[in-house]
Design a protein around this ligand. Structure first.
Ligand code: ADP
Ligand code: 5GP
Length: 236
């Protein structure tokens, strides 16, 4: 197995699915793992497109059978990545992208230290709340309790940003998509023959700017707005 495993985590409502959907049409040879979940489908979600929607009993059977690479309880529902997704993608010579929460990312990192990890931040708590509300409205009903729960969890998740290799801020969607595509391209170049021309060098530079250690100026105001670091805190 020689493909690259990419993990992306973000608080719910940050725009991760939107970003990943755009990326899928832009980047070749990158498979997207469809997770299993015990939560109900939302809005226009379809079985086997966004998730495999299964019962708690089926989920437990898969845990018992050792079928998951990782699994976690998120908002009281189970979510998990099947080992098969990895085997299938790598057997086809493709790279694989997993959209998983911080608990899942930490389980996968422990098993596969070469995985490339990306954390996507929403620009601010207010914008996150607005996106969560807009999405709920589009899907039928806004449940303020649910929005509050997701905002509280967002802060707790963001506290783990230092565990990730790259940090993106999903302010302007096109920019976040370009940066994500640059990260995929840069990691592929690093493992293959390196940059071949000026375009490759540009992609490498763009990806480099998103590395945790180079993201301080962009990331600090977001962390402060979420109360994760205060103005006097040490560098990100
Ligand atoms: P997630 O997968 O992280 O839970 P979604 O992709 O469902 O989030 O996005 C949440 C909402 O925010 C959706 O209504 C989506 O259209 C909107 N959205 C995503 N990215 C942006 C962006 N950069 N600017 C404005 N709205 C966005
Ligand atoms: P949502 O219900 O909004 O689609 O997802 C809620 C959270 O579950 C998000 O943080 C998402 O990244 C996470 N998630 C989705 N699939 C998986 C998975 O297979 N494993 C883990 N650990 N988290 C997942």
């Amino acid at each position: 197995m020689s493909g690259i495993l990419f993990l992306i985590s973000a608080p719910s409502g940050s725009g991760k699915s939107t970003l990943v959907n755009q990326l899928r049409s832009l980047v070749k040879n990158l498979e997207f793992s469809v997770s299993y979940t015990t939560r109900a489908p939302r809005g226009s979600e379809q079985e086997a497109r966004e998730y495999h929607f299964i019962s708690s009993e089926e989920f437990q059977r898969m845990i018992d059978g050792g079928e998951f690479l990782e699994h976690a309880d998120v908002f009281g529902k189970y979510y998990g990545t099947a080992r098969q997704a990895l085997t299938d993608a790598f057997a086809k010579g493709k790279d694989l992208l997993l959209d998983i929460d911080v608990q899942g990312a930490s389980q996968v990192r422990a098993k596969m230290p070469d995985a490339v990890t990306i954390f996507l931040l929403p620009p601010s708590p207010d914008i996150l709340a607005m996106r969560l509300r807009n999405r709920s409205r589009a899907e039928g009903a806004v449940r303020e309790e649910d929005i509050r729960r997701r905002l509280a969890r967002a802060r707790a998740e963001i506290e783990n940003y230092r565990e990730y290799d790259y940090i993106l801020v999903n302010d302007i969607l096109d920019r976040a998509v370009e940066e994500m595509a640059a990260i995929v391209a840069a990691e592929r170049m690093r493992r293959n023959s390196g940059p071949q021309n000026a375009d490759d060098e540009e992609l490498l530079a763009k990806a480099e700017q998103c590395r945790l250690r180079n993201s301080e100026a962009r990331v600090r105001p977001v962390l402060q707005a979420f109360g994760v670091v205060n103005a006097e805190a040490a560098p990100v």
